[in-house]
Design a protein around this ligand. Structure first.
Ligand SMILES: Nc1ncnc2c1ncn2[C@@H]1O[C@H](COP(=O)(O)OP(=O)(O)OP(=O)(O)O)[C@@H](O)[C@H]1O
Ligand SMILES: [Mg+2]
Length: 330
């Protein structure tokens, strides 16, 4: 496993890793017939940390979190939430977890308020405490103004947001979200992403699965890249990007003697590759910020005028491609 570990603070600066982990899991395995869906997955999530499982369709994300939440019996492995062992049969530890499943679980004939009241009572809540908590979770998912509408008339994204509110109702220590933005409208997607950001800042642990690289990059303090039932790499975004080998692509929009400029740039120390294209040059360097002055000087010296500069750093998509040889998206 190409996993990397580090004591460095998370890229976002959010607190994590203080005290006992909110989630500790190790050695998780699940086989369906001849298919090893999950093959030895383990990781920790600290308080206030958002951890992403990023992987393509069929990688084993849902199977992994189903075992973590105690919905699915595991063939091997252990799960602890806030230090308490969680198995299919345990109720105590399960109450520390809020689940937002990939498939919706709400009652279409009821309003949002009625749905939340129903699920709250199911969790043994009631009275003013439940009322107050319902108000809070509706606010988190930005559905307060639609709380008295039947959910049958909600958009897919609004239903998904209500599902998140239900998952939060009983004040879980760990919130598990399974690809919550798949198939939702852009407005709801934004509402969901900002809810997750707010929750992370409030200190609960979040386990977020997605096959959208941008979401993992935006939300997650650390990411586990999953492929074929294994975590093939883990770390903060900068740590993961380093696996690709530290390279930036500098795209220069330029006119003039591009060939001469390309040649001059190739001679510069640290420049790995220069390709000329219609209207400019693409230069691969270890670090764009240190290379840029010399690149611009080389352009000027060869009579090339640079009109635009764009720096593209490698992203998690590039990391996945580097590690597996295939694209994250289908
Ligand atoms: N109940 C089941 N019976 C048989 N095979 C299953 C079952 N659940 C999952 N699988 C298989 O296990 C593998 C992992 O599936 P899983 O649903 O965990 O992937 P995923 O990463 O969540 O994918 P997606 O992004 O499509 O949701 C897949 O090959 C899937 O077909
Ligand atoms: Mg899934």
């Amino acid at each position: 496993m190409a996993a990397i570990t580090s004591d460095a603070a998370p890229a976002t600066g959010r607190p994590h890793g203080d005290g006992a982990p909110v989630l500790h899991c190790e050695g998780l395995k699940k086989r369906f017939g001849s298919r090893q869906a999950v093959d030895g997955v383990g990781f920790d999530i600290g308080p206030g940390e958002t951890y992403g499982l990023l992987g393509p369709n069929g990688a084993g994300k849902t199977t992994t979190i189903s075992m973590i939440c105690g919905i699915l019996a595991r063939d091997a492995g252990e799960v602890f939430v806030d230090g308490e062992r969680l198995d299919v049969g345990t109720t105590r530890a399960k109450r520390l977890v809020g689940i937002v499943p990939q498939d919706l679980a709400i009652y279409p004939d009821l309003t949002a308020l009625e749905n939340l009241d129903y699920f709250g009572r199911f969790y043994g809540m009631g009275g003013a405490a439940l009322k107050g908590r319902i108000r809070e979770v509706l606010d988190v998912v930005q559905l307060t103004d639609r709380q008295r509408d039947r959910t049958a008339g909600y958009s897919g994204g609004m239903k998904r947001r209500l599902n998140i509110a239900i998952g939060l109702l009983h004040n879980p220590r760990l919130l598990v979200l399974d690809e919550p933005t798949v198939g939702v409208d852009p407005q709801s997607r934004n509402a969901i992403l900002s809810s997750v950001e707010t929750l992370g800042q409030e200190g609960i642990g979040i386990l977020y699965t997605t096959h959208y690289m941008e979401e993992a990059e935006r939300l997650c303090d650390r990411v586990g890249i999953v492929d074929q039932g294994r975590i093939i790499a883990e770390g903060t975004r900068p740590e993961l990007v380093q696996l690709v080998g530290q390279t930036d692509k500098v795209s220069l929009g330029a006119t003039g003697s591009l060939q001469a400029a390309a040649e001059a740039m190739r001679a510069l120390e640290g420049v790995q590759e220069v390709t000329s294209r219609e209207g400019g040059l693409d230069v691969i360097v270890p670090d764009a910020s240190t290379a840029l002055p010399a690149l611009l000087a080389a352009a000027a010296a060869t009579g090339t005028s640079v009109r635009s500069v764009e720096v593209v750093e490698p992203d998690l998509e590039a990391v996945f491609l580097h590690l597996t040889g295939k694209a994250l998206r289908d």
